[in-house]
Design a protein around this ligand. Structure first.
Ligand code: GCO
Ligand code: MG
Length: 403
């Protein structure tokens, strides 16, 4: 028995907010788990502090599966981003502890490495097509084998994925939601031009990705997928809102552009039909929002039966603790596809010292026991929580739309 003696939640804002759970055993082994839910951070902190931590103290830290079931089934109320992020934090911290006790990096406990490293994609964005491609060329020069392209839409003041700073895109940018304006027809004109220009300049030896960010109807998505086919995109992400999983059937009928979805999913049930009917190619659920390593492995095993590969969400709101956990998962899982890598700021990296590293367009989690990441609690305390929201989006006539 490896008794859980203490657990605490740390909320810190080294440039952006992160929620981290630290669990300690009675003999002083410590594990960390990410619990960040962008724009709703304190709800998860309260769920952990008020409802989960009291149930953890005294339990056997080795019984990861039992604790997972206890928190999931035992709550009676299932699923949802707040619950599943809280469960994920506990699960991740317990895997970290188990790795440390075993003296092995987590991926060894998950079956060992299935590959040498984890291919990642970087984010190139710019106000214009030219700006975006210049940034993409820079990523290519840094060794990236896969690059996501997002550019400004002529006629719209701002849009998803395009930042003032070309290398760091941080959408949770204000203490009340910023309002963006959207036009599907303007957007649908620019993306194929962006991809045509990208192939001209960057060539064909690089994977190109694009995030629609839930903004099209299925038939519009079918059209965009078709328009992009000549440029062979690696994937088109979140083409439509996935609440209605049937929507993807319609997209599939019109295009062979590969489809990725799932960064806001929290359980295998959100993706069941999409996977079983092979309506998507990549599942983007990740450790923190989908119930931790334990549940994400279940999703990946299910997806593997239907030729669906993984493509974990890895934006800056997923802390280095989540990134480390995702990399152990990515390295071990048989049906790995790609990992998003948006890079954290230096301030964030200093609060979360980690052993993962980048080389040749890929990340490796390193060989430190457990996750190979920690939180510097003293440094974290210097950055108090600052309320920050994701933007909202309106059509040009004022109708509230999907962001
Ligand atoms: C991505 C995502 C992000 C999200 C963000 C919300 O593909 O990386 O779409 O940009 O918008 O993570 O919290
Ligand atoms: Mg996305």
């Amino acid at each position: 028995m490896l008794k859980i003696a203490d657990a605490r939640v740390i909320v810190t804002c080294p440039g952006r907010n992160f929620v981290t759970l630290v669990i300690e055993t009675s003999d002083g082994v410590r594990g960390v788990g990410d619990a960040t839910l962008n724009g709703r951070e304190l709800a998860v902190a309260s769920y952990l502090n008020d409802h989960v931590i009291p149930c953890l103290i005294g339990r056997d830290a080795h019984r990861i599966e039992d604790i997972w079931q206890y928190l999931y089934r035992g709550a009676y109320w299932r699923r949802g981003p707040v619950t599943m992020s809280a469960i994920a934090a506990v699960d991740t911290a317990l895997w970290d502890i188990k790795g440390k006790v075993a003296g092995l990096p987590l991926y060894q406990l998950l079956g060992g490495a299935s590959r040498e490293n984890v291919m990642v994609y970087g984010h190139a964005n710019g106000v214009s097509i030219e700006d975006t491609i210049a940034v993409a060329a820079d990523y290519q020069a840094q060794g990236y084998k896969a690059i996501r392209l997002q550019c400004g839409v002529p006629g719209l003041p701002s849009t998803y994925g395009v930042s003032k700073d070309k290398y760091f895109y941080e959408p949770a940018d204000a203490d009340l939601p910023t309002e963006n304006v959207w036009s599907t027809s303007k957007y649908l004109r620019v993306v194929p031009e962006l991809f045509a220009a990208a192939r001209d300049t960057l060539g064909w030896d690089v994977h190109l990705l694009h995030d629609v960010h839930h903004r099209l109807t299925p038939i519009e998505a079918g059209r965009l997928g078709k328009d992009l086919e000549p440029y062979r995109p690696f994937w088109m992400e979140d083409a439509v809102v996935a609440d209605n999983q049937d929507s993807f059937r319609l997209i599939r009928q019109h295009t062979t552009t590969p489809l990725a979805v799932g960064e806001i999913f929290n359980s295998v049930w959100d993706a069941k039909q999409l996977i079983q009917e092979q309506l998507v190619d990549y599942i983007r659920a990740t450790v923190v929002h989908a119930g931790g390593i334990t549940h994400l492995r279940r999703i990946a095993s299910f997806a593997d039966m239907y030729n669906v590969r993984t493509g974990c969400h890895g934006a800056t709101d997923l802390s280095p603790v989540c990134m480390a956990a995702a990399l152990h998962f990515d390295l071990s899982v048989p049906n790995f596809g790609i990992q998003e890598y948006m890079r954290h700021t230096e301030e964030t990296d200093a609060v979360f010292p980690h052993s993962y590293s980048f080389a040749d367009g890929a990340l490796h989690p390193g060989d430190a026991p457990g996750l190979g990441v920690d939180i510097d609690e003293q440094l974290a305390a210097k950055y108090p929580y600052k309320r920050a929201y994701l933007p909202v989006n309106r059509l040009e006539d004022g109708t509230l739309f999907n962001w």
